[in-house]
Design a protein around this ligand. Structure first.
Ligand code: ZN
Length: 280
């Protein structure tokens, strides 16, 4: 390569946005036969990705959802107890997942209290996520974006979930960390090869998934979170809606969904490589 050409290539690389450097080799829309694990903080955190999850499920991928808290705090209804709210949030999550095509046996909730995740014992939470990563052995891990090169701001719980999950992905590959899982539980160390970070800063998104075929499914799933979106937030009166109310709720969810060039899309920061370098 001549000096002139080298300079040309170097300057071309400099002007390329960093976000264009990492893309899945096979478009997400064509993924088949993969094991997918999504980790979130609350029942409904997966709703940011439910278009992609519905698409992946329909294409024959095996999808697991792990949520760290029960969602037992987030309400303005003065009459709901934590126990009642946790029960409601479980039912809502399972109803939404059923719309997406994910069965109950693929949903795991670790049972931590809503709103207090970052005050839990980090080693205990990381150990639990590590155990699940070593059991499920996902090809792709979906998680809140811990931030590329800097710490991403999220609200409490999301902030904790992003780092706890990133740390767990890093730990899972080292057999001498949480080695009790390997000696006594028959698990093996496991390195997650690919990541899809959701709720990323706009400038860090490098992968857009066309979810147009699943937009209605995503909208319907969104309406299942009755205690979080809609009148159930102030006064919960059960999951049932009249057919008219249901149709109106689905229409509103569809209208609020992100659309680019006439297509419904979900954006992610995709990363492939050593978990140690997921922020580079
Ligand atoms: Zn949340």
């Amino acid at each position: 390569m001549t000096k002139k050409l080298r300079i040309l290539v170097a300057s071309a690389l400099l002007v390329l946005p960093a976000t264009a450097m990492a893309q899945p080799e096979t478009p997400v829309e064509e993924w088949k036969g993969k094991t997918i694990l999504l980790v979130g903080a609350h029942p409904d955190d997966d709703s940011l990705s439910q278009g992609t999850l519905a698409l992946l499920k329909a294409n024959g991928n095996d999808i697991w959802i792990v949520l760290l808290t029960t969602g037992n705090v987030g309400t303005q209804d003065p009459d709901l107890s934590r126990f009642e709210l946790a029960t409601i949030r479980r039912q809502e999550e399972l109803a939404a997942l059923a719309d997406v095509g994910i069965p109950e046996d693929r949903y795991i909730n670790l049972g931590y209290d809503d709103g207090l995740l970052e005050f839990q014992d980090e080693m205990e939470v990381v150990g639990q996520i590590v155990r699940l990563i070593r059991k499920i052995r996902p090809d792709v891990l979906f998680s809140f974006d811990p931030g590329p090169t800097y710490r991403r701001w999220h609200k409490s719980d999301h902030r904790a979930a992003s780092y706890l999950t990133a740390d767990a992905a890093r730990v899972a590959m080292w057999r001498l960390l949480f080695e009790g899982q390997i000696i006594h539980e028959g698990l093996k160390a496991y390195r997650v090869p690919e990541f899809m970070f959701y709720d990323s800063p706009k400038e860090a998104i490098n992968t857009w998934v066309d979810i147009s075929e699943y937009a209605e499914v995503k909208a319907r799933a969104r309406t299942r979170y009755v205690s979080q979106f809609g009148p159930g937030w102030d006064k919960y009166e059960g999951p049932d809606r009249t057919p008219e109310e249901q149709a109106a709720a689905e229409k509103q969810a569809l209208e609020r969904m992100k659309k680019t060039d006439g297509k419904y899309v979900e954006g992610f920061r995709y990363y492939k490589g050593f978990p140690d370098s997921m922020g580079k």
